[in-house]
Design a protein. Structure first.
Length: 200
């Protein structure tokens, strides 16, 4: 079994001041990407036929988008609206940068003249944020319906023989671990309700 992912969860700096949205977003983006990348590695080891880099980046994109929406659900009662939007915007753009960087690493720096990797990720993320808004996340947990919707987005791009099994792997194994790690980090940066909300 793989060792747990170490996450940065300290909210206050040594001088007692709070960390800014950009700094928190960078820490969260790093964790979310690492967990999604590890999930992809787990899928490969489980003999799911990833085959193409495009399929791999598609899976990572879907996993990270779900994680961003989960962050939104967690911080909604903990932050004022302006702070929440600032955090989510910084988080989405940081993940878009990481996505672009990884694709360019794979292509040796060769860009697609007809497709902007960052904008493509942001467009997908915005679409998913709206779609997942229709699902319940009771008690800070993703509902079966939300996880099933995620698994269907990934299932569509897989080989037919893998489509049924990958849904179970995503819903029962990969996402619970990702969300548990993300919640731990968010709770460290923004303690659960009971504290004082930041100013709007």
């Amino acid at each position: 079994m793989a060792a747990p992912t170490r996450v940065k969860t300290v909210w206050f700096k040594s001088d007692g001041t709070q960390r800014g949205a950009e700094e928190v977003a960078t820490a969260l983006a790093t964790t979310i990407w690492r967990m999604a990348d590890r999930a992809l590695d787990n899928l490969s080891k489980a003999d799911y036929d990833i085959i193409t880099p495009q399929r791999g980046f598609k899976i990572i994109g879907e996993l990270t988008a779900f994680a961003v929406h989960y962050v939104d659900r967690l911080v909604y009662p903990r932050l004022g609206e302006a702070d929440r939007i600032k955090l989510l915007s910084a988080l989405g753009h940081r993940l878009a940068e990481i996505m672009e960087g990884n694709i360019l690493d794979f292509t040796g720096g060769q860009k697609d003249p007809e497709y902007d990797y960052r904008e493509g990720y942001i467009d997908m993320l915005n679409a998913r944020m709206e779609e997942y808004a229709h699902y319940e996340f009771p008690a800070d947990r993703a509902s079966f319906q939300a996880l099933r919707y995620l698994s269907l987005q990934i299932r569509e791009g897989m080989e037919k023989g893998d489509q049924t099994w990958i849904q179970d792997q995503i819903m029962d194994i990969e996402m619970p671990e990702i969300l548990g790690t993300v919640k731990k980090q968010v709770d460290g940066f923004y303690p659960p309700p009971g504290g004082v909300k930041s100013e709007k």
